[in-house]
Design a protein around this ligand. Structure first.
Ligand code: NAP
Ligand code: GDD
Length: 346
């Protein structure tokens, strides 16, 4: 079996490549040209002769066509490439649209034009729900495949367009195209500007600074922006809205769901999540406690710079369909995920 993965240098691309190579696939990873090396997450694959890295950009249709023409024997195409940062999408909406929205259309249309019969996976997102949710018989809020999409960011608008494109190309052209509506998933390979890894990185750097400062008790001297020991200081953790709820799972679990969707006889859309939700404050509490840092209130600054023009307040998925039809289950709860991330960074 041969697969193309776009977004190979990202968190999910690297996990999916590991999974497919374990299954003995030939994997072609598409990475865009960059002035610095972006392949840290896939360095361990460089000597694997079943893995090939090629240059390409999904926002450029001729690039997509070249990739497909050079790999016309491909069985599965996974589109994980995106400008995936929600806050950045407010600052660079057109770029986000070109990559995250139009990029998916470029891939689907190229599949039609080249008459390809490969199976297609699209990385859809719980961010598409925005402020929308349903309420179950116990009065609990949730989102599943039937929940209305009400995007609250340029990123989510682009993801909704791509999500609908998958449905239309499936119906109109008979493409085996599926969308995974994945809720937030994290892990040691998560980018450092997403809130979980930002918190974990700060904790680990702070612990190292405490050790270097030869200080085993918590320093109570603080300025507005810094924690101070003698003449040495360490910047406080600067965050935005701590009240939003997220349904966080482990990225390694979620790529298995992607693969399972593509193996189904009939293409479809599936929610992938844990079914539990926590606030950013909860994540901080669990992470600080695990790292043995007390008095954390003195170490965090709420900075308006990290607030978004529009927020997604509540995400909690219901993945009954994925459980029933794919036989998929998440293996990590939040406590286990936090430990995994902190231990890996340490
Ligand atoms: P990520 O770490 O930000 O990775 C995104 C990847 O897309 C990177 O490899 C990036 O390359 C690549 N890319 C960006 N623009 C591109 C372009 N024009 N052409 C080709 N490649 C391009 O994201 P992730 O967390 O792995 O997420 C994977 C996918 O799932 C994304 O589509 C994301 O929107 C979606 N998703 C993620 C989550 C989550 O919680 N992680 C949840 C739902 C959906 P560079 O290395 O060059 O930047
Ligand atoms: N990034 C970030 N940085 N977020 C912060 C911060 C901060 O300093 N402080 C508070 N937050 C809040 C955000 O306002 C948001 O409510 C929450 O933390 C999570 O932010 P992110 O980790 O950036 O993730 P996201 O939920 O916006 O988006 C991620 O999940 C989506 C799926 O729901 C990304 O991976 C998207 O690509 C993905 O589609």
């Amino acid at each position: 079996m041969k697969a193309i993965i776009t977004g190979i240098t990202g968190q999910d691309g690297s996990h999916l490549a590991d999974l497919l190579l374990e299954k003995n696939y030939e994997v072609v990873g598409v990475a865009r040209r960059c002035s610095v090396d972006t392949t840290q997450r896939i360095k361990h694959l460089s000597s694997n002769n079943k893995f090939k890295l090629i240059e390409g950009d999904i926002s450029d249709v001729s690039s997509v066509i070249n990739i497909f023409k050079n790999n016309d024997d491909v069985d599965e195409i996974y589109n994980l490439a995106a400008q995936s940062h929600v806050a950045t999408s407010f600052k660079q909406p057109a770029l986000t649209w070109d990559i995250t929205g139009k990029g998916c259309m470029n891939l689907l249309q190229a599949m039609v034009d080249l008459d390809m019969d490969a199976k297609f996976y699209q990385a859809s997102s719980s961010e598409m729900f925005g402020s929308s949710y349903d309420v179950n018989e116990h009065g609990e809020k949730y989102q599943n495949e039937e929940t209305k999409l009400m995007p609250n960011s340029p990123y989510a608008i682009a993801k909704c367009a791509a999500h609908h494109a998958v449905r239309i190309y499936r119906d109109a052209y008979g493409i085996h195209a599926s969308s995974g509506i994945l809720f937030n998933h994290e892990g040691p390979r998560r980018g450092e500007t997403f809130v979980t890894q930002k918190i974990v990185k700060w904790i680990v750097d702070f612990k190292k600074w405490l050790i270097e400062s030869d200080h085993d008790t918590f320093p109570i001297d603080t300025t507005e922006d810094h924690i101070v020991i003698h003449k040495s200081s360490f910047p406080k953790l600067r965050l935005g809205n701590l009240k939003a709820f997220r349904d966080w799972g482990y990225a390694g679990d979620y790529v298995e769901a992607m693969w399972l969707m593509v193996q189904q006889q009939t293409p479809d859309d599936y929610v992938v999540c844990t079914g539990t939700t926590h606030t950013i404050q909860d994540f901080i509490d669990i992470a600080f406690q695990y790292a043995g840092i007390s008095e954390f209130k003195k170490t965090i600054v709420i900075d308006p710079e990290f607030y978004r023009p529009c927020e997604v307040d509540y995400l909690r998925g219901d993945c009954s369909k994925a459980k029933d039809k794919l036989g998929w289950e998440p293996k990590y709860n939040l406590e286990r995920l936090v430990k995994l991330m902190i231990d890996a960074k340490l």
